[in-house]
Design a protein around this ligand. Structure first.
Ligand code: NAD
Length: 330
């Protein structure tokens, strides 16, 4: 049987990516919705043929416990609200996928992991690039030392943000930070899955705020370095005022480069030996199918809550390094 997924938080990512991807999945389907916006319900019900009994709001959401149609809740709200909804989903005995970044504090991540353990449900983070062939190739090139040991890494993920000034992405309280939390996390991920291990120390520097009236509580841009045992350094940058999406690695005998590296479509890769030749996949469909398979067969996910916590810890270390202008151990 296909497992039923309920999307919680029907913003741009749910509407533009996850719901369409759920039309292509084999192991799961879009069974329900949870929303705080009653005006969205009719359109979603009609478009995706969702019955009334599988529609929830944030008040009656806990009743999802009694709904056998829903096996998995996918939390797609602003970052600081992930904790509340993941914990409530776990208490309702539903398996959970949580969007990235997992939360805005390590304590929140730990509470989410604990709630899922206590309720005997699986927890994964929406790290779609683990299911994308070019990025999977980079994991292999770096971790298996196909071209010898990695010597250095560069990563960048930036976009020109155009949201209204009161959008949650510009609120430190709701987002936890600016571009680092939103897209710089893909650089942190890319660097770690190239190396196959965690950094030991971080240095970082905030970029200049050329629009302080707009970027009131979050950074406009940030650059940072991740240092690894053995001396490898990864140089990274993330900004809300630029366009970039690149992951570059240099090993003893070759280099490789993904550019764009992190997009939903059109990822391209190259090594010193030539272009990479992989099919385009629906990353979100693969990610959700993989998680449904893990749930059905009681297998561990390759993108668990523990990985989400690891990354939040590193993101916060990057902020600490930028704030104190000191090297921070991880
Ligand atoms: P969005 O602003 O388009 O949607 C956010 C949704 O949350 C809206 O439907 C909004 O109504 C709802 N919401 C509930 N409580 C809210 C509150 N107090 N304030 C504001 N909105 C509230 O955002 P999005 O781009 O869909 O991002 C949602 C989550 O998905 C974020 O955690 C984001 O980092 C993540 N995301 C992941 C990817 C990816 O590629 N994996 C891509 C985009 C977004």
């Amino acid at each position: 049987k296909k497992l039923g997924i309920a999307l919680l938080g029907l913003g741009k990512y749910s509407e533009g990516q996850l719901a369409p991807a759920l039309q292509e999945t084999q192991n799961c389907y879009l069974a329900g919705i949870v929303t705080g916006s009653p005006d969205k319900v009719d359109k979603w019900k009609r478009k995706y043929d969702i019955p009334d009994k599988n529609v929830y709001n944030y008040e009656n959401f806990d009743q999802i416990k009694d709904n056998p149609d829903i096996d998995i809740v996918y939390v797609v709200t602003p970052n600081a609200l992930h904790r509340e909804f993941v914990v409530r989903a776990a208490q309702a005995k539903k398996h959970v996928i949580c969007e990235k970044p997992m939360a805005t504090t390590v304590e929140d991540c730990q509470a989410m992991i604990d709630a899922c353990k206590q309720n005997n449900v699986q927890l994964s983070v929406g790290y779609r690039l683990h299911f994308e062939p070019h990025n999977q190739r980079v994991m292999e090139l770096g971790q298996k030392e196909v071209f010898g040991p990695v010597k250095s890494i560069k990563a960048a993920d930036s976009f020109k943000i155009s949201v209204k000034p009161d959008d949650w992405r510009l609120s430190k309280e709701l987002a936890g930070g600016g571009p680092l939390m939103d897209v710089g996390i893909y650089c942190v991920q890319g660097v770690i899955y190239t190396m196959g291990k965690e950094p030991i120390a971080i240095t970082a520097k905030y970029g200049e705020k050329t629009r302080p009236d707009y970027f009131k509580t979050v950074e406009q841009s940030i650059s940072w370095q991740m240092q690894f045992e053995g001396g490898v350094i990864a140089d990274c940058v993330s900004s809300y005022n630029d366009e970039a999406g690149m992951l570059y690695g240099e090993a003893q005998d070759s280099w490789w480069r993904l550019d764009p590296a992190y997009s939903y479509k059109g990822i391209k890769g190259e090594t010193s030996q030539g272009k990479m030749d992989f099919e385009e996949v629906n990353q979100q469909a693969r990610q959700m199918d993989n998680f449904a398979d893990c749930v059905r067969n009681n297998k561990p996910t390759q993108v668990p809550g523990e990985m989400g916590l690891r990354d939040v810890r590193i993101l916060l270390a990057i902020y600490e390094a930028a704030r104190t202008n000191q090297k921070v151990g991880v």
